[in-house]
Design a protein around this ligand. Structure first.
Ligand SMILES: NC(=O)c1ccc[n+]([C@@H]2O[C@H](COP(=O)([O-])OP(=O)(O)OC[C@H]3O[C@@H](n4cnc5c(N)ncnc54)[C@H](OP(=O)(O)O)[C@@H]3O)[C@@H](O)[C@H]2O)c1
Length: 280
């Protein structure tokens, strides 16, 4: 993947597809109601073209309203949602997913989302639940109601398990927690080797590490904020990066990360913040 990115328009195309997935996205976890609507509008105005929602976030309706009311063409906006629960039957599981598409894209012919993920591997019934939700997403994919399908919070073993039943394998995306303190390098390498796009959630470490001295040193060197350094770090690692903010000034500033580049020394210093033991 191209990591010397210089534009918010940069995308990645999952192998075997012709779908262009933006490298920078806007997360809407814990943003509700009017705040979700105004934050998504601010994000689109600032140039973000990917909005990351989920059934469990309870804001698909608001994201959908923004997308449908936007002056941008539907094709210019990339919308992700995630299924976090399993129904009582396979049909009900599918219906739950189809309702999400309706909340976001309406019920007209051709309504679609861009990416539908399984939110967590530990859906009710575990292995059977994972299979049932995946098969519901495959059905949506076949029907053209989602352009890509993927998983989130999946370990290697969960992705390998899918080979026994998946018609679509590999999943197009695995969305996982990634930032300097959480690198998951073995899982990231597995995804890269298998053509699975890696999306980084909580790329700002949920706002808890802005005062870290290493991050602040790198930020001062480039005359950027800590948040901008963390976002740029994720982009240069080759991840799709999904920062969240409900603060208009921060939403805009977090998208202003294409006019500088972290050098090797910065990347090593930031990478050294991880306390995880790398895989042998
Ligand atoms: N798949 C999953 O299981 C999963 C799990 C978690 C998250 N996600 C996705 O990833 C997205 C991002 O993750 P996240 O929401 O957990 O955390 P995050 O993006 O790492 O951090 C968000 C926090 O950082 C603060 N912040 C944002 N910009 C800032 C800035 N420039 N300066 C200082 N503080 C700043 C925000 O505050 P304000 O909002 O007050 O500005 C908020 O408290 C989510 O919204 C969601 O879409 C997915």
């Amino acid at each position: 993947m191209e990591n010397k990115i210089t534009s918010i328009a940069a995308t990645v195309t999952p192998p075997g597809t012709n779908v262009h997935l933006p490298r920078l996205g806007f997360g809407v976890y814990q943003i509700f109601g009017e705040s979700c609507i105004s934050s998504c509008k601010t994000a689109l105005d600032a140039g973000y073209r990917l909005i990351d929602s989920a059934q469990l976030y309870r804001n698909e309706d608001q994201v959908g309203a923004v997308v449908r009311d936007s002056e941008l063409d539907r094709a210019e906006i990339f919308v992700t949602t995630k299924q976090g629960i399993r129904g009582a039957t396979p049909q009900e599981t599918y219906n739950l997913a189809a309702e999400s598409v309706k909340r976001i894209a309406g019920s007209g012919p051709g309504a679609y989302v861009d990416l539908f993920l399984i939110h967590i591997p530990y859906v009710k019934g575990e292995a059977e639940g994972r299979k049932e939700v995946w098969q519901a997403l495959e059905r949506l994919y076949d029907e053209g109601k989602t352009r890509l399908i993927g998983v989130s919070n999946y370990d290697i073993e969960h992705i390998e398990e899918m080979k026994a039943y998946a018609k679509v394998w590999p999943p197009h995306v695995n969305q996982i927690e990634l930032h300097p303190w959480r690198q998951q390098s073995g899982l990231v390498a597995y995804c890269e080797n298998n053509g699975i796009v890696v999306q980084a959630y909580s790329p700002l470490a949920e706002g808890t590490k802005m005062d870290d001295p290493v991050v602040q040193r790198v930020a001062a060197k480039h005359d950027k904020s800590s948040a901008q350094v963390l976002i740029r770090y994720g982009l240069q690692k080759g991840w799709v990066v999904l920062p969240k903010s409900a603060t208009p000034k921060r939403i805009k500033a977090n998208a202003n990360v294409f006019d500088f580049e972290l050098d090797e020394e910065d990347m090593v210093a930031l990478g050294g913040l991880s306390e995880e033991v790398p895989p042998s």
